[in-house]
Write a protein that binds this ligand. Structure first.
Ligand code: S3P
Length: 177
């Protein structure tokens, strides 16, 4: 584990990264940063609007920029977007920051959760279910490769996931690999 000891949440849309990040913030007292929130605040519009007005590349640039600007030595709860791990530079920054936790889950459950708010620009397609499945297939190996460990969120509340994350991190600290 990294000495900076930030907790980095990665995973697909609908995994509950933002909500679990809020629980982790409450439990640990650490500051939470959410890259989507940083980007939306910078542009002063929603993530969907950034995608439609400026395009995905501009969003990805802003995502990397937000990561580059993270406080280097302060332990933080870092909540990422589902596609953050697509860029090797982002992965390097996250690895340096601390422990990377993959929030995973059953595909159907994640799709149901991700579709709920209708706010995912990447799912504004003819067949969102198929798009979801294709993206997930492509990204799964990346999450797997990058994560220090994973938590299956399918049957857990956000609070339970946060507790599971903290238990695992404690376990890692006591029995380093
Ligand atoms: C994205 C996921 C979104 C957001 C953007 C792109 C992705 O975040 O960053 O719409 O590429 O999977 P969530 O994972 O919080 O939905």
């Amino acid at each position: 584990m990294n000495s900076a000891r930030s907790i980095v949440l990665i995973g697909f849309m609908g995994a509950g990264k933002s909500s679990v990040g809020r629980w982790l913030e409450r439990r640990t007292g650490l500051t939470r940063v959410d890259t989507d929130e940083i980007i939306a605040a910078k542009y002063r519009i929603s993530i969907s609007e950034i995608f439609s007005k400026h395009g995905e590349t501009a969003f990805r640039e802003a995502e990397t920029e937000a990561l580059r600007e993270l406080p280097p030595d302060r332990p933080t709860i870092i909540v990422t977007g589902g596609g953050t791990i697509l860029r090797p530079e982002n992965v390097e920054i996250l690895k340096r920051a601390g422990t990377i936790v993959w929030l995973q889950g059953d595909e159907e459950t994640l799709f149901e959760r991700a579709g709920r708010r209708g706010s995912r620009p990447l799912l504004q397609t003819e067949n969102p279910r198929e798009t979801f499945s294709e993206l997930m297939k492509k990204r799964k190996p990346l999450y797997q490769q990058v994560a220090d460990f994973r938590v299956d969120t399918t049957a857990l509340s956000h609070e339970e996931v946060a507790d599971a994350v903290l238990r695992k991190i404690e376990g890692l600290a006591q029995h380093p690999r």
